[in-house]
Design a protein around this ligand. Sequence first.
Ligand SMILES: [Zn+2]
Length: 214
Amino acid sequence: MIGTINEILNLSDEKKILLQLKANPYFKKIGKKEFLKIAYKGAACGKEIAQQLSRRFPNASLHEVLKQLDIQYKLEPLTCEENFISLATFQTPNEITVNKLIIDNNGKYYEKYQVECFNPCFWIDIVTAHELFHYFQEQEPNLFVNTYKLPLWRLGPYVHATKLEILSEVAAMAFAQEFLKLPFYPGLLDQLLIYPSYPERAKETLKELLKEAS
Ligand SMILES: [Zn+2]
């Protein structure tokens, strides 16, 4: 299994973004090239917010920033069921909660097998930064990820368009990458982190992802 986990971690940023997008129902409709173009704009939006934040609070750590912005930070049990796992949530106006059940399960697994990506010290800041992006997303209605709508069909002057939630998720991960200065895009981390809690399900999902990536 370690091999599969490393393969996922070592995928290029573009591959990770692509795999995130592929699950979207409109992926086939728009096509890979066009969808990637929109997704990169989403990622750029996340990076831009991270750069603004670093300029506003130079050299501040993630937790110093949360304090400055008066954001409540909690570790509490959230949903952790096989068909739905919440790693962390952002609750308006200013509350970020990381799922304590996942921290416990992954922490135990890490102590036993020393697989670094399950070390809570490795990933808690990433999922926290991800949620911090959603805080800014809430504050700034004019962000690209808030305003972009994918046109689906036209009837005369009427254009039917839909919001693409996946763009916010790509932006939130790009934000985390930029703010935490990670050497990789943490796009599929959510799929990896469920492994210690539901290994069978995670194994299937990860193999499926690698198949699609090849
Ligand atoms: Zn999110």
